[in-house]
Design a protein around this ligand. Structure first.
Ligand code: NDP
Length: 259
């Protein structure tokens, strides 16, 4: 076994939504495998806190932050300029993780409201992927991982726009994987079911709702951010070098549970 196949030493990764929840766990996991990380999120105080915590555990690595709303076209471009201007202007890993949702009946969404879900969850991932393609292709092998959702594969109680945005993200993963295979860019996705983060904490705090969730989950528990992060990191490793266009469900068996 070549241990280098299970390392990311010297690689640079951009994680959107990297200041909290699943994104911060992904950053931590990538640092653990030897990568340096760039974090993007809207709130700079949250980024500073995350950076300080990560550097406390990995003082020998580099963690840099940029405050930007990836759902805003202008701020996305500022983020891209920042990444381009850093170091040697190359990137090994892009994790499109930032996401948002408002859950309501379809006819209740305002135009701006449902469009913003697409901007943040889907268009950001498409724009960052294609604009960072020249940086990713400076290396023989690089990787994109999209944080999708089980809601992009079946109905869950998220509201339609969120499920639609995640379904499109899964299809984008397949399209880019095929198109960019010849460029050495692997493109994969993960599809989490309920993961314990600040996004889900209020819903999971409702005992009746939690019971409903657990009844639909063969493993009988919700997931932890670290469990999604492990799947993301695996997909980035050289060991996963022949895997592209795939989606790994991190769902305690949710998607396989019929009756
Ligand atoms: P959290 O709310 O815990 O963290 C979200 C992170 O994204 C924060 O760093 C937040 O920082 C950042 N963020 C949110 N909106 C934007 C934006 N517009 N621009 C830049 N950064 C942003 O969420 P989770 O960790 O739970 O979710 C992460 C991803 O996982 C999302 O794509 C979500 O759809 C997906 N997912 C989560 C599941 C779950 O059960 N938790 C299940 C399935 C999928 P800030 O607020 O400062 O911008």
């Amino acid at each position: 076994m070549d241990p280098k196949r299970w390392r990311l030493d010297g690689q640079l990764a951009l994680v959107t939504g990297g200041s909290a929840g699943i994104g911060r766990a992904i950053a931590r996991e990538l640092l653990g495998f030897g990568a340096n990380v760039l974090l993007a999120a809207r709130d700079s105080a949250g980024l500073d806190t995350a950076r300080a915590e990560l550097l406390e555990d990995f003082p020998e690595r580099e963690v840099e932050c940029f405050a930007a709303d990836v759902g805003d076209d202008e701020q996305r471009r500022e983020l891209l300029d920042w990444v381009e201007d850093l170091g040697d202007g190359s990137l090994h890993i892009l994790v499109n993780n930032a996401g948002t949702n408002t859950s309501k009946p379809t006819t209740d969404y305002g135009d701006e409201e449902w469009r913003q879900i697409f901007e943040t969850n889907l268009f950001s991932a498409f724009e960052l992927s294609r604009y960072l393609h020249p940086l990713l292709t400076r290396h023989a092998a690089s990787s994109i991982v999209n944080v999708g959702s089980v809601s992009g594969l079946t109905h869950v109680r998220t509201g339609a726009p969120y499920g639609m945005s995640k379904a499109a993200m899964h299809q984008m993963t397949r399209n880019l994987a095929v198109e960019w295979a010849e460029d050495g860019v692997r493109v994969n996705a993960v599809a989490p079911w309920y993961i314990r983060t600040r996004r889900t904490s209020s819903k999971l705090a409702n005992p009746d709702y939690l019971d409903d969730v657990l009844l639909r989950t063969p493993m009988g528990r919700v997931g932890e951010p670290e469990e999604v992060a492990a799947a993301v990191a695996f997909l980035c490793l050289p060991a996963a070098g022949y895997i592209t266009g795939e989606c790994i469900a991190v769902d305690g068996g949710f998607l396989r549970y019929g009756f």
